[in-house]
Write a protein that binds this ligand. Structure first.
Ligand code: NAD
Ligand code: MN
Length: 492
């Protein structure tokens, strides 16, 4: 009898470097103006400072447009307009407010290709993501909240729900238009008026959105958009005319804001940073888990507050998971975000690139093992390859700090208790993932994880009806769903 052969190693089909893909750039025109002014009281107005700053494309470092820098007097004018618009807007029947939101949602859908290209050019995310995620989700948020506008009385039966007044909203650069939608849609559905400040590196889609508000016939002053950087942001947050501040951004700035408005009586919601654990048990379907790990950390180059940046994998399957993960990462296409084949686009800004580089250096210095696939990055623009750190321990910076880039830190565990202990041992608490065949384990883990969102056998799934928000230093308050609406209402 022939001797039994050990099974041949599984063969892999690797398409990554076998051949060159022809360029497949998205061709829709982004219709970007050379200069954008402020949007106050239904009109575009030049900033009183007379100052403008450049918005560049991280794809190649080219200047796209000039953006107005709002001074305190401009922010004041925006609050005045919002305050004057409030009585009429808040007293409109909900069904009427809903009609405006429905119109905005449909107009966004009509122009979604154009907006997707503008978003990708200005922020650097792959066109596939802005086309298939940011734009449809932004429209979905307006549709969802349009439906609520005339049903607010069902949110808290037996109580009266009234709008708060003028709300000041400050958003980050990682999902520029989507964060705008998360902020504006619930505020308007509830009858509030808005002063919003986009992030300084990604103001273009917010300013393009102005033309949608005008086409929808939204009354002047209901939404005002002021552009600028930190200084303008702190004026928006500090203005006495704000009944509520809604902020999405870094934990450091969130803390500053909380201190700045303490004692003013302003309502506050903070959506801040994260360092999510994506937990893979030995009974998980490995191929699916690997897809979830990749989506969890490399979606939007890892510029995602709820990114699965800490992979916790059960010791018995660590080698198998890492092997498959590295193979999968070799197939990711990094490069021109405007190309429809691109998986990882450009890093949003040179500052963010430097922050990523510094933390990666720190990971190497602390003794973690680094893996990067061979990729050739574009010569101009800001890029970073997908990176996996293994042999990471809980004390390493790369396991504790939010990197906000395409960097995964891999830690291991033996028991569910150890996984929980490690997952919760962080100052953040925004999201988590659990991969296992066992339903009871999913329920146990999701109950014990200190995270606002827990995904089971999937990752980065969003729906306007599902509340999103944090624990601990990831902030407080929820966006989306009934919970999100209640943040914009006063119950009596
Ligand atoms: P950031 O805090 O630097 O800036 C966010 C916004 O705040 C920008 O518009 C900025 O101009 C403004 N700002 C800066 N200083 C300010 C101040 N003193 N007062 C008022 N406004 C000020 O954050 P970022 O680098 O733009 O965004 C990345 C961060 O945002 C990450 O930490 C990420 O986790 C977090 N984020 C959280 C969520 C969430 O929902 N929890 C979503 C996206 C991003
Ligand atoms: Mn830009």
């Amino acid at each position: 009898m022939a001797q039994k052969k050990s099974p041949a190693p599984a063969r892999e089909l690797l398409f990554g470097n076998l051949w060159e893909f022809d360029p497949a750039p998205e061709s829709a025109s982004p219709n970007i103006d050379s200069r954008y002014d402020l949007f106050i009281n239904g009109e575009t107005v030049a900033p009183r400072s007379g100052k403008y700053f450049a918005s560049t494309s991280p794809r190649n470092g080219e200047k796209l447009a000039e953006i107005a820098e709002a001074s305190p007097a401009d922010v004041d004018a925006a609050y005045k307009a919002a305050s004057l618009a409030f009585p009429k807007w808040s007293r409109l029947p909900g069904a009427e407010r809903g009609k405006y939101l429905f119109r905005i949602a449909r107009l966004l859908q009509d122009r979604s290709r154009e907006f997707a290209v503008a978003e990708t050019l200005d922020g650097g995310k792959p066109i596939r993501e802005s086309r298939d995620f940011d734009l449809p989700m932004a429209a979905a948020h307006f549709f969802y909240h349009a439906g609520w506008a005339d049903k607010l009385e069902y949110l808290a039966p037996g109580r009266k729900a009234s709008p708060l007044g003028v709300v000041g909203q400050v958003i980050p650069w990682n999902f520029p238009l989507l964060m705008l939608a998360w902020k504006i849609a619930p505020a308007l559905a509830c009858g509030n008026t808005v002063v919003l400040k986009p992030a300084e590196t990604t103001s273009i889609t917010a300013m393009k959105f102005v033309s949608i508000l005008s086409a929808a016939g939204l009354p002047p002053g209901v939404v005002n958009i002021v552009t600028g950087a930190a200084e303008t942001g702190s004026v928006v947050v500090g203005h006495p005319g704000a009944a509520k501040i809604a902020f999405t951004g870094s934990t450091a700035i969130g803390k500053e804001i909380q201190r700045a408005i303490a004692g003013t009586g302003k309502r506050l919601t903070l959506e801040l940073g994260g360092k999510a654990a994506n937990i893979v048990f030995e009974d998980a379907p490995i191929d699916q888990a690997v897809e979830g790990i990749v989506n969890g950390i490399f979606f939007n180059q890892g510029h995602v507050c709820c990114a699965g940046s800490r992979l916790l994998v059960q010791e018995s399957v660590t080698d198998a998971v890492l092997r498959r993960l590295k193979l999968r990462v070799q197939q990711l296409r990094v490069g021109d975000p405007l190309d429809k084949n691109t998986d990882l686009g450009a890093i949003n800004s040179p500052q963010q690139l430097r922050k990523i580089q510094a933390l990666v250096k720190c990971g190497l210095h602390e003794g973690a093992d680094m893996y990067q696939p061979e990729v050739s990055l574009p010569k101009t623009g800001w890029y970073f390859p997908p990176t996996i750190f293994s042999n990471v321990s809980m004390s390493h910076q790369v396991a504790r700090e939010e990197i906000f880039g395409p960097i995964l830190s891999v830690l291991t565990f033996r028991t569910a208790e150890e996984a929980l202990e490690k997952a919760n041992n962080t100052r953040f608490g925004l999201s988590a993932g659990v991969w296992t065949e066992k339903g009871s384990r999913i329920l146990k883990m999701s109950g014990a994880l200190k995270a606002g969102v827990v995904w089971a056998n999937t990752y980065n799934k969003f729906d306007p009806s599902s509340p999103f928000g944090g624990y601990k230093e990831s902030g407080f308050g929820r966006e989306g769903g009934k919970h999100g609406l209640l943040e914009y209402l006063q119950l009596t």
